[in-house]
Design a protein around this ligand. Structure first.
Ligand SMILES: Nc1ncnc2c1ncn2[C@@H]1O[C@H](COP(=O)(O)OP(=O)(O)OP(=O)(O)O)[C@@H](O)[C@H]1O
Length: 303
């Protein structure tokens, strides 16, 4: 279990802290999602966890041991797959794995076994002899992931691992990452794609402007006694109804209303009809993470 307790961080020569009093408990054995818009502080937090930065104040512990001590006891316990490509473009896939295995101090036999396992996991068998700079974007991401898995870390930190990949590779990467806990590696997964976090992270924290807005299980965060109604009208929503149902204007004649319960729907449709509005499209459903974020910040995750 990873515990982050009151951690703050400010970059040199900046006035605003990148992280402010972050506290989170991240259980072992799962894929934990860190969701936030650009500049929220995800990379900074991941860099602290990876030991690339040191927190200004607060504490981080892994399984009850201060992070620095846990890393000293087992330097391979935590691995980082950064946002940027972290391999040598002139080396082949196999050469890169051999090189980074060496950096981790893997012995000859260990290195062979683990390289083969990482290649198989990231399905890089067909391109082992290819130079890294000749790989497609999706395969480069897979090589980044394979290198992170060398040394069988207890905890793998993934910083936006699907940026710039095609949908097919994205699918493959998400499935592969979701399977890691069963193979003994817990994952912290940062992304600003809420669909990805919803797909593979049973527990999440949403961060924004260096602070945790909310954290918990995905199911709890999406559960709401107040259903959301998305509707497209043939004319603007009357202001009085907009106010009563805390409507958000989603562009053109699209609105998102918060109903007190599903039983309120027929009454609302009657009121719309009485005001001369016809609904072209209705969708009554659960919140998604985008809506949770909007409710908390009144901004879109994609702003
Ligand atoms: N090296 C740096 N020096 C000064 N400020 C920085 C530095 N790196 C990041 N910041 C600032 O710290 C804040 C958090 O940035 P961070 O990169 O952690 O966010 P992020 O959530 O990872 O964003 P993104 O999704 O764009 O990668 C931002 O305001 C950013 O401008």
């Amino acid at each position: 279990m990873l515990r982050i307790d009151g951690v703050s961080y400010r970059y040199r020569n900046t006035d605003t802290p990148a992280l402010r009093e972050i506290s989170l408990v991240i259980p072992a054995g799962g894929v934990y999602g860190l969701l936030g818009p650009n500049g929220a502080g995800k990379t900074t937090l991941i860099s602290l966890l990876a030991g690339l930065l040191t927190a200004g104040n607060g504490e981080i512990s892994l399984n009850g041991q201060p992070l620095a001590a846990a890393r000293a006891a087992n330097p391979r316990a935590i691995a980082l797959v950064p946002q940027d490509y972290a391999f040598y473009p002139m080396l082949t896939v196999s050469e890169n794995l051999r090189f980074f295995g060496g950096v981790l101090g893997l012995s000859g036999a260990e290195q062979k076994t683990q390289s083969a396992a990482a290649i198989a996991f990231a399905r890089l068998e067909q391109v082992g002899g290819k130079r890294a700079d000749q790989l497609s974007g999706g395969l480069r991401r897979r090589l980044n992931l394979a290198i992170g898995l060398l040394g069988r870390p207890q905890l793998l930190l993934l910083d936006e691992p699907t940026v710039g990949v095609d949908p097919q590779s994205r699918h493959f990467l998400l499935d592969a990452i979701a399977a890691l806990p069963a193979a003994g590696t817990s994952v912290i997964y940062t992304s600003h794609y809420m669909e990805e976090v919803e797909a593979i992270c049973p527990q999440i924290a949403i961060i924004d402007q260096g602070q945790v807005l909310v954290d918990g299980t995905l199911a709890d965060l999406l559960r709401s006694p107040e259903p959301l109604l998305e509707l497209t009208l043939d004319r603007p929503l009357p202001a009085e109804l907009g106010e009563r149902y805390a409507a958000r204007h989603d562009g053109a004649l699209k609105y998102c209303l918060q109903l007190p319960s599903t039983a309120a729907l027929p009454g609302l449709l009657d009121e719309l009809a009485a005001a001369g509005c016809t609904a072209h499209q209705l969708n009554l459903g659960q919140h998604n993470l985008e809506q949770v974020f909007m409710q908390l910040t009144h901004r879109s995750l994609r702003d």
